[in-house]
Design a binder for this molecule. Structure first.
Ligand code: S3P
Length: 182
């Protein structure tokens, strides 16, 4: 499934993974460590729509959100090199995934169910988790999404390690990718 071969260093780093995995918090620290700008695609989508994500879902539906997400991510991928944290569903839409695979280096922050349940419980504003029992929803999303996230260029586990440790693991893995492609 993974047809990516080129890991050229001018590509942006794209964080993927489920809600609560730590894409934003790790992504920000990764950007700092690499001296790159950081951008969160959910924030950019909310800015473009002029309203928060739950309102986009409520007023326009998930399909409209995914259309906007695809356009915003395409734009971000064409900006100067940066670290992009994406929303958990972005990499699941084939068109968005193709854009990310073509123009980015993907980093999957993998996390176990208990961690995702605990972290997503700390902050609301995630419409998909408001449609039922969050643990059951997250488990179903893991079953559906993890086989696709597995295509990432770099996979790191976000357990009880500090963000700094995770950032170091990512940088090591990115360096190995660079060496392998030269
Ligand atoms: C979603 C994840 C959210 C946000 C939207 C949909 C998803 O982002 O994009 O609520 O489909 O998993 P985070 O992963 O940053 O919470």
């Amino acid at each position: 499934m993974n047809d990516k071969t080129d890991h050229s260093t001018d590509k942006s780093i794209v964080m993927i993974g489920l809600m609560g995995a730590g894409k934003t918090s790790v992504g920000k620290r990764l950007a700092d460590a690499m001296g790159l700008p950081f951008v969160d695609s959910d924030d950019e989508i909310a800015d473009a729509a002029g309203c928060p994500i739950p309102v986009i879902f409520e007023k326009h539906g998930e399909a409209a959100f995914r259309d906007l997400e695809e356009r915003v991510i395409e734009r971000l991928l064409h900006e100067p090199r940066c670290v992009i944290a994406t929303g958990g569903g972005a990499y699941m839409r084939p068109e968005t995934r193709a854009r990310i695979n073509a123009d980015g280096i993907t980093v999957w922050i993998r996390a176990e169910l208990d961690i995702l349940v605990e972290r997503t419980g700390r902050r609301g504003g995630r419409p998909l988790l408001e449609q039922g029992n969050p643990r059951e929803i997250l488990q179903a999303l893991m079953d559906e999404r993890y086989p696709v996230y597995e295509n990432a260029d770099v996979i790191v586990d976000s357990g009880n390690d500090s963000h700094e440790v995770t950032v170091h693991q990512i940088i090591d893995a990115l360096n190995q990718l660079d060496e392998a492609s030269t």
